[in-house]
Design a protein around this ligand. Structure first.
Ligand code: AMP
Length: 142
């Protein structure tokens, strides 16, 4: 199973905000879209940064509370780790576990194609495991 299959199953919906958006706008977007991260692409649709719930927690703990004036670009993570369509799900899970983040943008030729979360990958793995268990049960029974 590859990230291409995960995107095919969940769709390529991308929740984005512009770099100049306020942190307050990013939070409202995450709440309205029911996601834990927003991506910040440039004008060409290339990934520039990511802002997640974890960044929000850090921001709040730092005491920076002027969310309406603070631009997202000031607090997003710019050194993005990305996956490709051909990346196996197990490799993506390993990468996210090792690097301690829960979101992986999928990029091909510099273009943002989608985003997978650790929840998307765990869901796919659970389905795969259930199918394997069923196949084994059928094999043993036959
Ligand atoms: P998360 O666990 O995804 O909420 O993110 C934890 C931290 O890692 C936050 O500071 C995010 O901005 C950052 N982060 C999340 N996803 C990525 C990624 N794919 N590449 C680099 N940093 C990331």
């Amino acid at each position: 199973m590859k990230l291409e299959d995960v995107l095919a199953a969940k769709g390529r919906r991308l929740v984005t905000v512009s770099a100049k958006s306020s942190v307050a706008d990013a939070i409202r977007t995450m709440h309205a879209e029911k996601v834990g991260a927003v991506l910040v692409p440039d004008a060409e649709g290339c990934p520039v940064g990511i802002f997640t719930e974890r960044d929000m927690v850090r921001l709040y703990a730092d005491g920076d509370r002027d969310f309406d004036r603070l631009p997202v670009e000031a607090r997003m993570t710019c050194s993005l780790v990305v996956g490709r369509l051909s990346m196996p799900v197990d490799e993506a899970l390993g990468l996210m576990t090792e690097r301690r983040f829960r979101h992986l943008p999928v990029v091909e030729d510099g273009k943002l194609l989608g985003l997978v979360s650790i929840g998307d990958l765990v869901k796919i793995k659970l389905e795969e495991t259930a199918q394997e268990a069923q196949a084994l049960r059928s094999y043993i029974a036959s």
